[in-house]
Design a protein around this ligand. Structure first.
Ligand code: SF4
Length: 133
């Protein structure tokens, strides 16, 4: 189970500068509390984007304007996890559009600043999360 709200973020907001920020009934979000653009599949909704693609709730100077009540996706996303993968896997994720290049870059920078034991712990955590339950 993902522990929401415990991801350490450095506030770069790279992950807020993209479309497809999602809210999900499955993860306890209430779509009625967000500016929704569309339902992408049953129970999963895309948050509206600004004309430049930024999340509806991103203020370029102040950051997230709904930080205390941001969606589960935002509370649980750790850019360092995908960035801990081997080079070829990272490249493929970016090429397939599954992770934005700037988000991967930000995550990689943060991952490489961790000590080797902290990197190993993060990889271990990633494998636990990736395992089907
Ligand atoms: S809701 Fe907040 S944390 Fe989530 S993408 Fe939008 S601005 Fe970023």
């Amino acid at each position: 189970m993902v522990a929401f709200g415990d991801v350490v973020c450095n506030g770069c907001v790279a992950c807020c500068r993209r479309e497809n920020v999602l809210v999900s009934l499955q993860f306890g979000d209430d779509p009625g509390q967000f500016a929704i653009d569309r339902e992408v599949r049953p129970g999963v909704f895309a948050v509206a984007a600004q004309p430049n693609g930024d999340c509806h709730y991103l203020d370029p100077k102040a950051g997230c304007t709904i930080y205390e009540r941001r969606p589960a996706m935002c509370r649980s996303f750790d850019c360092r996890l995908e960035a801990s993968r081997p080079t070829e896997e990272r490249r493929e994720l970016v090429q397939r559009g599954l992770v934005a290049a700037d988000v991967m870059r930000a995550g990689r920078e943060r991952f490489l600043k961790l000590s080797p034991p902290a990197q190993a712990a993060l990889r271990h955590n990633y494998q636990k999360r990736a395992r089907p339950s």
